[in-house]
Design a protein around this ligand. Structure first.
Ligand code: CMP
Length: 145
């Protein structure tokens, strides 16, 4: 069982000023932030990040959207991080998300769904490495993970 997941606060949620509220919900739920930054993806970077979805009809729109403005990317640490974080954020489509979940509270629609969360331990490691170097991730004692 892995203990990290990678999240992004997506451009619409960031623009609406929800980043701090979303991060508060994340840490209140027991996740520890190993690494975090605000950045804007280029179209090419968004295409690389979402490469697994290249065949999907929404790939072009999604990568356009994800490169349209600043995001917050963070590596979150907790036992069973991937599964627990997916529960905290709720269903991909906010219409299907349970009350109290981050997407129910802050998402606009299925694409602009407030946050990303890794879907497996393997992808969490790949996605964490996409945004952060080894010397940018810290443990609870302030040392490198
Ligand atoms: P995310 O968790 O970042 O992973 C893939 C993203 O693709 C997803 O959140 C949505 O933003 C987007 N997505 C998934 N399904 C659809 C869809 N049917 N239409 C548009 N965007 C989608």
């Amino acid at each position: 069982m892995g203990n990290i997941t990678l999240t992004m606060v997506k451009p619409t949620a960031y623009k609406k000023g929800y980043a701090a509220n979303i991060l508060a919900k994340i840490t209140d739920a027991g996740f520890r932030i190993q690494a975090m930054k605000t950045l804007r993806l280029s179209k090419a970077q968004a295409e690389k990040f979402y490469e697994v979805h290249i065949e999907r009809p929404f790939y072009g729109e999604l990568t356009e959207f994800m490169s349209s403005g600043p995001i917050v990317a963070a590596v979150l640490e907790k036992n069973n991080a991937v599964e627990d974080y997916r529960k905290l954020i709720g269903a991909t489509n906010p219409k299907d998300a349970e009350e109290g979940t981050i997407r129910k509270l802050y998402a606009s629609n299925i694409q602009e769904n407030a946050v990303h969360g890794s879907d497996s331990d393997e992808n969490a490691e790949i996605e964490a490495s996409f945004f952060f170097a080894k010397n940018e991730r810290f443990n609870n004692e302030g040392g490198l993970v």
